[in-house]
Ligand binder design. Structure first.
Ligand code: HEC
Ligand code: HEC
Length: 294
């Protein structure tokens, strides 16, 4: 009887500790953050004049070639980089991304907002004060129709399908390397040389090879969509990916940083089956040993 009472006390204390302390610790270590906002509500008013219009891709092509290809390549359309990565990084602080996929990667209203005011749309206005300006000029002096046309053009030339790696390359690789993806050849190093990106960002953006493990899915899902939510005042811009592209980037981080996940998950049920069979044999063995004793 005494043992039962002790057991009851131990069980009660364990449950109180578990239910009382664990959720509290969890809420402290993983503070609640709002889910990712793929509608970019904070920019809605800024681009209402553009998003209400229907863009004309043909007119957009002329505008993009006149305004954007001095800095950006669009390789699929034969607009090569004017400068190599190193020179463009020296000129702008960071290598401007290729725009061939922009119409697929970015949410359309985000894209319009970014063209109008890059620092505001990517939530890094705090970095561009005291006479410092974003390396990409804002085009808010243009007619809303012209911006709608450029967005329509970028959408019209974007590929329908992209691999997870291609999404990473166009959206993240100007700043981040992911070296584990290609250790031998070093092709997954960041495009912008370390010294330039350090000067532009104030710090070296981390190599992302292991971030799926060190940060986890949930964190990445909300971080990429709005870095300021997790690291207030951070230099990393919001990249404005739509839901599909963001999912592809996270899957890519997983393919590189946690390639054994699938194997591991497959092993789980097999191991449990093994344990059950083992337990049956153990019980049978015990019974056979004790049979003679009783
Ligand atoms: C003077 C050079 C320059 C010009 C001209 C320019 N850009 Fe950029 N653009 C940049 C740089 C530099 C970046 C990267 C900025 C960063 O990552 O902080 C960039 C980034 C971008 C991005 C990525 C947005 C994101 O959230 O990651 C898009 C899309 C873009 N530009 C579109 C355009 C379009 C469309 C035009 C023409 C209307 C244009 N740019 C004109 C330099 C330029
Ligand atoms: C214009 C440069 C730039 C681009 C583009 C960029 N990042 Fe970053 N990123 C940074 C910088 C700088 C930091 C370091 C932030 C800090 O510590 O304040 C960072 C940090 C991070 C971190 C670490 C966050 C943490 O908790 O420490 C992750 C994860 C990340 N970036 C993912 C991405 C992904 C995924 C993309 C592409 C969708 C991307 N970044 C695009 C500059 C960039």
């Amino acid at each position: 009887m005494k043992e039962l009472k002790v057991l009851a006390v131990v069980v009660a204390l364990t449950l109180i500790t578990y239910w009382g302390v664990e959720p509290f610790a969890h809420s402290q270590m993983h503070p609640h953050v709002d889910a990712a906002d793929f509608k970019f509500k904070d920019l809605k008013e800024d681009v209402a004049d553009v998003t209400s219009l229907k863009g004309n891709a043909t007119a957009g092509e002329a505008l993009v070639t006149a305004n954007c290809t001095a800095c950006h390549s669009i390789k699929t359309k034969g607009y090569p980089e004017i400068m190599d990565h190193a020179s463009s990084a020296a000129a702008y602080g960071v290598t401007p991304p290729d725009l061939g996929s922009a119409g697929k990667l970015y949410d359309a209203s985000y894209l319009a907002a970014f063209i109008k005011n890059p620092a505001k749309a990517s939530q890094v206005e705090h970095k561009f004060v005291d006479g410092r300006t974003h390396p990409m000029p804002g085009y808010d002096w243009m007619q809303p129709q012209e911006i709608a046309d450029m967005v329509a053009y970028l959408q019209s030339i974007a590929p329908e399908e992209m691999s997870n790696k291609e999404v990473f390359t166009d959206a993240c690789q100007r700043c981040h390397s992911i070296k584990y993806a290609d250790m031998q050849k070093g092709t997954m190093a960041a495009f912008t040389p370390d010294d330039n990106i350090k000067a532009y960002m104030g710090k070296l953006p981390p190599d992302l090879s292991q971030h799926i493990k060190s940060r986890g899915h949930e964190y990445l899902e909300t971080f990429i969509n709005k870095p300021q939510k997790h690291l207030e005042g951070t230099a990393m811009p919001r990249v404005g990916l739509n839901e599909e592209s963001q999912a592809q980037v996270i899957t890519y981080l997983e393919e590189v940083g946690d390639s054994s996940k699938k194997q591991r998950e497959e092993l789980g049920p097999k191991f449990l089956i093994y344990l059950v069979i083992f337990a049956i044999f153990a019980i049978l063995w015990k019974k056979s040993k004790w049979r003679d004793v009783h």
